[in-house]
Write a protein that binds this ligand. Structure first.
Ligand code: UPG
Ligand code: MN
Length: 774
């Protein structure tokens, strides 16, 4: 930072001298150039500082799951969201549900809620199939202690665990020391066969659904419950709450044959509730945030667990102890101020080179750990455990005047806050007044009877939230497509803390977009959502109980897309002097070498920045390769998605045009036989979007200018020209993954060759141009 200050002092004073010097011919151009470049440098420096400051006190937590008192485990509600059976294959959702039901947690203390925003019969049927298969899968997992408990990942570990930096986890004989190996292999074969049938049934459902859709279109009738955007609310209990005591000693008998010996295995399955909130044309449904709030209310009148785990439909439980790990941090000393425990996001099926930086290691293994030392990590949408009371808009214990519930009883009954539902308000009061000793012992037995289901259905009607504080002060926040960051920010502003929980093996794993277009659209949504937060009343500058550095971090996460404006300009800068004709050459004085001071500053800055980066990489354990991918993809996103986000948000501010939530297509589960070629076919799919134009232009311009410089021998003009060319090259290498993306299938085999051909073609063109100009 010292070097930065000295640099800017020198740079600005030099600029002022240069601009007023009589040698400068074209003063207005010179002034504009100096202003823009200094503004850009100031912005980059500011961004670097905002990025570094919150990393001052990184924390790494160690969790001892064994220390938990079994009898004191609190109840947990798991929320799974899905919105479109076409982009989110029902089989993926089914697998996620199975992994939750089989998690290592007492069955009577776990309830799984599935929200289907698409209102699709197909999704409901697939969830019901999964619930049925759970009767076999869950006891099997318990009996043999298998990992991971997602059947797809368990039966085809190879297909799931191709990713950089982690060892593939597969079941080996050693994992089951002391257990009956022949019995495992026999049971496994049986369960596998049943699982294959489940897959086939879900495939058939999907095929049938497509056929039905086509049929109904042709006949003008509708087989669905409604459309994605217009349907009634539904709450259905697919598996009722289990008994409070373990049920052992029975064997699973299917078609008269004994499938598995379960004489010493608890056979109970956690409850499963399917939920589809009402949607009507012309009514805002607030995307995922709306779905989460519907889940929050409906679950309150059913199981009303004090803790909530939020998983996207593709993020499954990969470590069966994950729930316990989350509970550890919640019940820990000082844990009562923790509103949420965020787990790192890990991904299956990303190409081994992680071309589009899907793993995001720098964020998940460095930034989030840094924040944990302040007030806690940012909430990133999935793999996060919440404290229910925190979502009801109350203050954390450390900010309560007399250690009360944080909200007086009168407020808790206010209908203008929570809406009109007596059972719901009662449930709110119950959780607010519960002490931690009551979480498991005195909670009333869940019945899930007709009246409760009726109430839950009323709570997911689309008019329920009218004239209430939902989405503003209570629950998940509205008004942005990144409801996660906004919700976390609001909780932190109230003074709540959060905690980061890394486990080995990874707690949860999900899928990531494989092709460039999908990935850029995802980054676009995040960037636009961030800017939406910055321009909303929720922004990081508003007063509250944020730790000062936490505020800096939130400022950083909400303003970063502006970088694009400076970056695009900056990346085209060195081109100007190189392409300048003789007439304008004087302005840029290519002949004068850069001063020794400038070179010294540049070297010092580059060296210290690199040093900090290396320290960071070493500390967090990520590889240099992962760090470099991150840098490269940052440049690609900044010139495409961030720029588009700025435009989108400008349009929204100016004309009120809402930003859409483009769902990320989830990778279908792969059959175990699929080879690498099929698996990464998506990686090579090329789909052009306007978003790719700016990075393509920046890349082309830099390559051209470099080639022209070589062709015209401009590098002979001295160090300034050479420096400009080095900058050119620096820009170009950042766009390597982008260029590969554009090459599609060719990139796999021909990438270096094609690059050479491209360079030579451009060279040839330049040469012809050159002759023409002469
Ligand atoms: O109207 C909607 C839209 C989305 N979803 C669900 O939201 C989740 C996230 O959608 P996805 O397309 O997978 O977004 P990603 O970019 O992969 O997700 C990250 O970023 C989002 C915010 O932009 C967060 O909501 C996510 O939790 C987080 O994983 C999925 O389960 C969807 O089913 C809904 O339930 N209703
Ligand atoms: Mn996702």
């Amino acid at each position: 930072m010292g070097i930065f200050v000295a640099f800017f002092k020198w740079r600005i004073s030099t600029a002022l001298v240069k601009m007023s010097s009589p040698d400068t011919k074209d003063t207005s151009t010179a002034r504009a150039m100096w202003t823009v470049s200094i503004a850009g440098e100031l912005w980059f420096a500011l961004m670097w500082v905002l990025d570094q400051l919150p990393k001052m006190q990184p924390v790494r937590r160690a969790i001892d799951v064994a220390a938990l008192d079994e009898s004191l485990l609190p109840t947990i509600d798991v929320f799974v969201t899905t919105a479109d059976p076409e982009k989110e294959p029902p089989l993926v959702t089914a697998n996620t549900i199975l992994s939750i039901l089989a998690a290592d947690y007492p069955a009577e203390k776990l309830t799984c809620y599935v929200s289907d925003d698409g209102g699709a019969l197909l999704t409901r049927e697939a969830v019901a199939e999964a619930a049925r298969f759970a009767g076999l899968w869950v006891p099997f997992c318990r009996k043999h202690g298998v990992e991971p408990r997602n059947p797809e990942a368990y039966f085809s570990p190879g297909a799931a665990s191709v990713h950089v930096g982690a060892k593939a986890r597969s079941v080996t004989r050693g994992d089951y020391k002391g257990r009956a190996w022949p019995e495992l292999s026999r049971d496994r074969r049986r369960v596998r066969r049943e699982y294959e049938e489940l897959r086939l049934r879900i495939d058939a459902l999907q095929a049938g659904d497509m056929w039905r859709q086509r049929w109904s279109m042709a006949n003008g009738s509708c087989w669905r419950r409604g459309t994605t955007e217009d349907h009634a609310g539904v709450v259905q209990v697919l598996i009722g709450p289990p008994s409070r005591t373990p049920q052992v000693g029975v064997s699973t008998v299917v078609d008269g044959t004994n499938l598995m010996d379960l004489s010493s295995v608890d056979q109970r399955i956690p409850a499963v509730v399917y939920l589809c909130r009402e949607k009507r044309h012309g009514r805002a449904h607030h995307r995922k945030a709306g779905a989460m709030n519907a889940l929050l209310r409906a679950s309150a009148v059913l199981s009303n667990a004090p803790f909530i785990l939020n998983l996207d439909c593709d993020h499954y439980v990969n470590n069966s102890e994950a729930l316990r790990a989350g509970v550890c941090l919640m019940l820990d000393g000082g844990g009562s101020d923790v509103a949420f425990v965020q787990f790192p996001q890990r991904f299956d099926g990303v190409d081994p080179a992680d071309r589009y930086a899907n793993h995001n290691r720098v964020f998940f293994d460095c930034t989030e750990l840094g924040l944990d030392g302040l007030q806690g990590p940012i909430y990133v949408g999935t793999g996060c455990m919440f404290r229910r009371t925190a979502l009801y808009g109350v203050d954390p214990p450390r900010w309560r005047p007399h250690g009360g519930t944080g909200m007086d009883d009168a407020a808790a009954t206010k209908a203008d806050l929570f809406g009109f539902s007596t059972p719901f308000l009662r449930s709110v009061r119950v959780v607010l007044n519960q002490s931690s000793e009551q979480w498991n012992t005195t909670s009333p037995p869940c019945l899930f009877d007709g009246a409760e289901i009726g109430e839950a259905t009323a709570l997911v009607s689309c008019g329920y939230e009218d004239r209430t504080a939902w989405g503003r002060e209570i629950g998940w926040m509205y008004g942005t497509v990144t409801e996660d960051v906004a919700t976390g920010l609001c909780l932190h502003r109230r003074g709540w803390r959060s905690a980061y929980c890394t486990t080995a093996p990874d707690a949860f794993r999900g899928t990531a977009p494989l092709n460039l277009t999908d990935r850029i659209h995802q980054v676009l949504r995040w960037a636009a959502g961030s800017l939406e937060i910055f321009f909303s009343r929720n922004n990081a500058l508003r007063t509250g109980r944020l730790h000062p550095l936490q505020r800096v971090a939130y400022l950083n996460t909400t303003v970063y897309p502006f970088t694009s404006i400076f970056l695009v300009v900056y990346c085209t800068f060195p081109v100007i002097p190189l392409l300048a004709t003789n007439a304008t050459a004087g302005t840029f004085s290519m002949g004068t070498p850069p001063s020794a001071t400038y070179i010294a500053f540049l070297t010092a800055l580059m060296l210290t920045l690199a040093m900090v980066a290396v320290l960071e990489v070493r500390w967090s354990g990520i590889t240099l390769g992962e760090w470099w991918r991150n840098e490269q993809f940052w440049m690609v996103s900044a010139t495409s998605a961030y720029l588009a986000a700025v435009v989108q948000v400008a349009l929204k501010v100016a004309s009120g045009k809402e930003i859409s939530f483009k769902l990320t297509a989830k990778q279908p589960t792969m059959s175990s036989g699929a080879g690498v070629k099929e698996r990464f076919a998506e990686l090579y799919a090329v789909r052009w979007t306007v978003l790719m134009v700016p990075p393509a232009v920046v890349l082309a311009v830099n390559v051209t200018s470099m080639v022209v410089a070589i062709e015209g021998g401009q590098w002979r003009n001295g160090p300034a020209a050479v420096l400009a060319m080095v900058f050119n090259a620096w820009v170009v290498v950042h766009f390597y993954p982008f260029a590969l993306g554009l090459m599609g299938r060719w990139s796999k085999t021909l990438s270096p060759l094609l690059l050479l051909i491209a360079v030579f073609t451009i060279r040839l063109l330049c040469f012809i141009l050159h002759l023409h100009m002469l």
